[in-house]
Write a protein that binds this ligand. Structure first.
Ligand SMILES: C[S@@+](CC[C@H](N)C(=O)[O-])C[C@H]1O[C@@H](n2cnc3c(N)ncnc32)[C@H](O)[C@@H]1O
Length: 257
């Protein structure tokens, strides 16, 4: 089903925690967030996009202040479709915007706590006239908590923060606190795509992701060397290549419960 046009969603309230979405709200559990929320100064056009465009693309009902009961999102009412694809930590939004432009019939959700990245994606949405992207400007866990079970047809995790020191490995995305709720939100059989340039991140992924209810869909040992069909490179991939690191592309399938 096609996504509901954004102009039809004027009644939806903008996101409560618009800037960086991770501020504690009354009733919200205390959670660590170790990443960056803000970088260099935003350009005036980016400030304007955050003020004017983000409210029209923000996923309502994700923040604790807006939805203290943590009621599951009504996907069909909000997006005009009962399922969506998700990109976790979309950075500057290169991959998400390209995918959404190539598949206007699909609904795309993206979460990213770094507000400069959100502003970059909004610029792409505005310039390309995209109406099928919905954003949570905050951490993935808050979104997972309100996604209905099996409501995602696929998820992307591209160049997640590497946290190279051994004592910080528990901060990586590929830990049960993220993987278990992600597995719950993905439909059985749905793909989960990961790209990383860090060999030890691959090690941890291959240990942790199958434990959370996924199968690594590699048909041969070298499968990880080539990206999946439709791959769009990201800013972090370009950086990894410039610095001589090797991308690894991992595709997992969500198993039946
Ligand atoms: C290394 S960057 C990669 C960005 C982009 N995917 C790319 O390939 O260019 C990792 C991104 O994940 C985001 N991130 C970190 N923790 C996150 C979380 N808990 N939920 C969602 N995104 C997160 C960061 O803000 C950052 O933009």
């Amino acid at each position: 089903m096609a996504a509901r046009p954004l102009k039809d969603l004027r009644t939806v309230r903008p996101h409560g925690d618009r800037r960086g979405g991770s501020e504690p709200a009354p009733g919200a559990p205390w959670r660590n967030f170790y990443g960056r929320l803000k970088g260099k100064a935003l350009k005036p056009a980016q400030e304007r996009d955050l003020e004017e465009l983000l409210p029209r693309h923000a996923i309502p009902g994700v923040s604790w202040s807006e939805n203290p009961e943590r009621t599951a999102l009504d996907m069909a009412a909000l997006f005009g479709a009962s399922s969506a694809l998700l990109e976790i930590g979309f950075g500057g939004g290169e991959h998400l915007a390209t995918l959404a432009e190539a598949h206007p019939e699909r609904v795309f959700l993206g979460c990213e706590p770094y507000i400069n990245g959100v502003a970059m994606l909004l610029g792409k949405i505005r310039r390309r006239g995209l109406s099928n992207i919905w954003i949570h400007p905050g951490a993935a866990r808050d979104l997972f908590a309100v996604l209905p079970r099996a409501s995602l047809d696929g998820a992307y995790l591209l160049y997640p923060d590497p946290w190279p020191k051994a004592r910080h490995h528990r901060r990586r995305f590929v830990t049960p606190e993220h993987l278990d709720p992600l597995a719950r939100a993905l439909a059985p059989g749905a793909p989960f795509f990961e790209a990383t340039d860090i060999a030890d991140y691959v090690r941890q992924s291959l240990e942790e992701i199958p434990r959370a209810g996924f199968r690594w869909e590699a048909e041969e040992a070298a499968h990880w060397r080539s990206p999946w069909p439709g791959w769009t490179s990201t800013r972090y991939e370009a950086k990894a290549l410039r610095e001589g690191r090797t991308p690894h592309y991992l595709r997992f399938g969500r198993l039946e419960d």
